[in-house]
Design a protein around this ligand. Structure first.
Ligand SMILES: [Zn+2]
Length: 194
């Protein structure tokens, strides 16, 4: 078992049951990022893997999307000895810098995020940092749900890469066995059933 997987399991972030993902498909595993983020020791250890991967990349600023990205950017930046900012949702669902956060022209930015499923919020954060004038030199995430298929155009590191089998409800073995779909947990249905 990888160190990262052990940390996900120990903090209770790897759930097993019968879940509906945001795609509408069903599966037996689910990563609940907030079980990790409420565990500072596990979060610090995983952020340490990201910091170690990009220690030689000349990172000057770490940025992440709200909500998990606030915590992760802060901890990775603390370990690298640089600044941290976070990108919030803008009017059109894009990502924007508020709070007076500034990026110097050409500043070398590491983008971090918790669990990547579609890469949407990650791409929006990359676009936000480039619009702000930064140069994104890498992306680090806690968990990659795409099985390593995500393309972000810069060096990418995931502490844990998974590819959970998923099924159309009509073909779901748990549905066929009459097992009820697990109730959403964590931050609410919208994010719990990703
Ligand atoms: Zn099912």
């Amino acid at each position: 078992m990888s160190d990262a997987l052990a940390l996900f399991e120990r903090s209770g972030a790897l759930l097993r049951g019968h879940f509906t993902y945001t795609s509408g498909r069903h599966g037996a595993e689910y990563l609940e990022k907030f079980r990790l983020l409420e565990d500072p020791k596990a979060t610090t250890a995983l952020c340490g893997m990201i910091a170690a991967r990009f220690a030689g990349a000349g990172v000057e600023l770490v940025a992440g999307p709200t909500t998990g990205g606030i915590i992760l950017a802060h901890e990775v930046a603390r370990q690298l000895g640089v600044r941290a900012v976070y990108a919030e949702r803008g009017e059109t669902g894009n990502r924007v810098l508020r709070r007076g956060f500034r990026v110097r022209p050409g500043e070398r930015v590491l983008v971090v995020d918790d669990i990547v499923t579609t890469g949407g919020s990650l791409r929006d954060t990359l676009a936000c940092m480039e619009t702000a004038g930064g140069t994104v030199v890498g992306v680090g995430v806690l968990g990659d749900r795409t099985g390593g298929r995500l393309e972000v155009g810069v060096p990418f590191f995931a502490c844990l890469t998974v590819d959970f089998p998923s099924y159309a409800p009509a073909e779901c073995p748990q549905c066929a066995a009459g097992i009820a779909v697990s109730a959403p947990r964590g931050s609410g249905a919208a994010s719990a059933v990703r």
